[in-house]
Design a binder for this molecule. Structure first.
Ligand SMILES: [Ca+2]
Length: 386
């Protein structure tokens, strides 16, 4: 199971990094596994030139209901010891960013005099991902506590969730579900600011340095435009920021000022986070009123070719066609609705079978784990009373 390290499908990825920084790791528990499985899946699928997703997997602290402390590392990675501003490569970067975005260079230099490389960031990003069964995933992401807190969240932020739904057509329950999984309804306490993580990855993690330099640049621009102190912008070890866990580049593209205070603050403002998520989901193809996911039973005669693993692909069939193939839906759907028959790995080499409808694609874009997509849709449905 997930407590066993180093046997996941992504081990080769870890070996491609800074091999000399190998380290022993302490126990990793379920949350840690979820995080790494979803993160690395997405990370690998994103390719070098694609903005990696926002996402669950990037959380720094496990929710209260999940045991495990993924940051409890006995670090053996080596990073430069002085403040980032002490080094020439960082100063060149600062000079470029200052010139490009008309930010005072002295201000950035002063900022980076207070930012230090963090060896644990390198260790966290290099850790191999491991497979997590749907049952384990469901146990944590669809726990009673998370569902109960989701119902409270719907009440607390009803005004903004409804307003975002009205503007973008994305249901309040889906928005709450994403917040609930990404940052446990905004309650996760991140241990680092994003500038520490992104700075470390930009200058101490060569294989992705260009990507993380861009994200560091995006972070500095985001902070400047919104008059935020970069040192207070907390995030995951991979630099995903705040309540919705957006990478800084995605804040630039999809961030929304939901409470109209002329700032986009997705670290402390739930309205901003809610509207930003809704904007992201809408921008990635959400159709108002469309279906997301159904867990199904199967009849006889289906073969490997009948299953697909890409909810954003072109292998969808109509509900009518799927029924003819022996798919038994849990609910009634329009026969013309388009769904993709897929399956989720479960325990003991078994599967849970699902149909991903077209609206599962925007969720999948948020985090390219099939289990994440299914869990978010399921949590949203439960919060809606389904
Ligand atoms: Ca705002």
């Amino acid at each position: 199971m997930c407590l066993e390290r180093g046997r996941g499908p992504f081990l080769p990825f870890s070996q491609m990094g800074i091999a000399l920084r190998r380290q022993s790791l302490v126990s990793a528990q379920i949350w840690d596994c979820l995080r790494r499985a979803t993160y690395f899946t997405r990370f690998l699928q994103s390719g070098n030139n694609v903005v990696p997703p926002t996402g669950t997997a990037l959380l720094d602290s496990p929710p209260d209901n999940i045991s495990g402390n993924s940051d409890n590392l006995s670090s053996k990675a080596v990073v430069r010891p002085k403040a980032m501003a002490s080094y020439e490569d960082v100063r060149i970067f600062i000079k470029d960013v200052a010139k490009k975005h008309k930010i005072p260079e002295k201000r950035l230099l002063k900022l980076f005099q207070n930012v230090f490389f963090d060896a644990s960031v390198i260790e966290l990003i290099e850790r191999p991902a491991e497979k997590v069964s749907w049952t384990s995933y469901e146990k944590s992401l669809l726990s009673k506590e998370r569902i109960d807190n989701g119902k409270k969240y719907l009440k607390t932020y009803d005004k903004y969730l409804k307003a975002a739904e009205a503007r973008y057509g994305v249901p309040a329950e889906l928005l709450a579900a994403i917040v609930g999984v990404e940052s446990y309804y905004g309650t996760v306490k991140f241990r680092r600011n994003a500038i520490t993580s992104l700075g470390t990855l930009a200058f101490e993690y060569p294989r992705r340095s260009q990507f993380f330099k861009r994200e560091l640049e995006n972070l500095l621009v985001y902070a400047t435009v919104n008059s935020l102190d970069p040192l207070t912008i907390m995030g995951s070890y991979a630099g995903a920021v705040g309540i919705p866990q957006f990478m800084p580049g995605n804040i630039t593209l999809y961030g929304v000022d939901g409470d109209n205070d002329n700032k986009i603050d997705i670290v402390t403002s739930h309205p901003d986070a809610i509207f930003s998520i809704a904007n992201y989901i809408k921008a990635h193809g959400w159709n108002t009123g469309g279906e997301t996911v159904d867990f199904v039973e199967l009849g006889e005669g289906l073969t490997e070719e009948d299953f697909s693993l890409n909810p954003c692909g072109n292998s969808h069939k109509t509900v009518e066609e799927l029924k003819k193939k022996g798919v038994k839906f849990a609910s009634d759907y329009d026969n013309a609705a388009m769904g993709l028959l897929s399956r989720l790995d479960d325990e003991n080499e078994t599967y849970k079978y699902v149909v991903f409808f077209k609206n599962s694609c925007p969720i999948h874009k948020y985090n390219s784990s099939l289990k994440y997509t299914a869990a978010i849709a399921r949590l949203a449905k439960i919060l809606k009373g389904g």
